[in-house]
Design a protein around this ligand. Structure first.
Ligand code: NCD
Length: 358
């Protein structure tokens, strides 16, 4: 069931106010390695492109042949369920041949270097490579070594750009905001293991670029130093962080990235930072709840909240994930497919500086 959505706290843009640069100038990047390299209008362009795929994915016939004949390699050096499946479904719905490489069964386990793996994938003439890796910066490294577009599906604690895009699209759809809209004035509270979270980083970059007011909340041990420089307000008291929030984004404790004891116990963590129905009442009356998954029910989020029929957007996030990945795969392969107007897209991984005017 889709949530019944509260009235938008945001004023919609003037009709037709947003126009993008023509053709490939709308997204002049070969790769998608991070939100930090994107200008505001480029983020909006990808969100707008994804809207058509949300619609297609709701039809019984879901196939578009745009990428027919292209090969996409999903190279996942770190475990994943939803992101890998989402990219695989996205590529297949667009008609591409999609191949998944799991690091657990690959030559990486035999000591092959990342660069050698990248060169091998390149020699197989993939048309796009989607990479998840446990090291921050690994995706950029590979992007510099291969000849095709590279998409970051999460690199260490650095970025997870498609997650941030799908989250922005989910919010925009939930608030019934039309194409071209940003999230100006929306108060978004992100709570959890901010320190280890690439989802938090990419979301902070994207939400602030779209005009949202972003609050981050975590125990001091799980809050990165000087995160205020990213334009967010820091909270350690969850109740205070919730007051006035329109959207509450919960994050998992990333135990696999923790070296040492960061929290006294899951029970104590839940007491202070778990999202219960009672606690959600401190946010705006119709505040929406998000979680990128995987969830630890009963720790950072209670089932009553996660499964709430009108407040939880969690399944809608998964739905928007496929659409966003379809949009990214389409846009990044336009140059290679010879789409009119996209010939001049640069072949290097460089991009416009973050914060460039729309
Ligand atoms: C996140 C990730 O892998 O960064 N999950 C996801 O992509 N849906 C968050 C997490 O692992 O907690």
């Amino acid at each position: 069931m889709q949530p019944s959505i509260p009235p938008s706290p945001i004023s919609p843009p003037l009709a037709g106010a947003r126009a993008y640069p023509a053709g490939g100038l709308a997204f002049p990047h070969r790769d998608l390695t991070g939100i930090g390299l994107l200008a505001r209008h480029e983020i909006l362009f990808l969100l707008d492109e994804a809207e058509q795929w949300v619609e297609l994915n709701r039809q019984s016939q879901k196939r578009a042949g745009l990428l027919s004949g292209l090969t996409i390699i999903n190279a996942f050096f770190e475990n994943s369920t939803r992101t890998l499946l989402s990219f695989e479904i996205a590529g297949k719905r667009l008609g591409a041949d999609v191949v998944n490489m799991h690091a657990a069964t690959s030559s990486v386990k035999k000591g092959e270097t990342l660069i050698d793996t990248a060169m091998t994938l390149n020699a197989m003439r993939a048309d796009a490579i989607v990479i998840r890796h446990a090291s921050s910066g690994a995706v950029r490294l590979i992007a510099g070594k291969v000849d095709c577009p590279v998409l970051n599906a999460g690199d260490g604690q650095h970025e997870h750009p498609t997650q941030a895009l799908l989250d922005a699209l989910t919010i925009r759809q939930a608030l019934h905001l039309p194409r071209g809209s940003d999230l100006n004035g929306l108060i978004v509270t992100i709570c959890g293991d901010i320190l280890h979270s690439r989802v938090a980083r990419s979301n902070i970059l994207s939400l602030t670029a779209l005009g949202a007011v972003v609050r981050v909340c975590a125990p001091p041990a799980l809050m990165p130093a000087e995160i205020e420089a990213m334009g967010v307000t820091v909270f350690h008291d969850f109740d205070a962080a919730l007051k006035g929030a329109n959207v509450v984004m919960m994050l998992r404790l990333q135990q696999e990235r923790m070296q040492g004891q960061f929290i006294p116990s899951p029970r104590e963590y839940r007491h202070l930072y778990g999202l219960t129905l009672d606690r959600l009442a401190r946010a705006e009356p119709d505040a929406l709840v998000m979680h990128p998954g995987p969830m630890n029910r009963g720790v950072e989020i209670d089932s009553q909240v996660a499964d709430h029929p009108t407040r939880s957007l969690i399944t809608h996030q998964v739905e928007c994930g496929v659409a966003i990945r379809m949009a990214c795969l389409d846009v990044l392969t336009r140059r290679a497919r010879g789409v009119a107007g996209w010939e001049s897209q640069p072949s290097s991984p460089a991009g416009a500086a973050y914060g460039a005017p729309a």
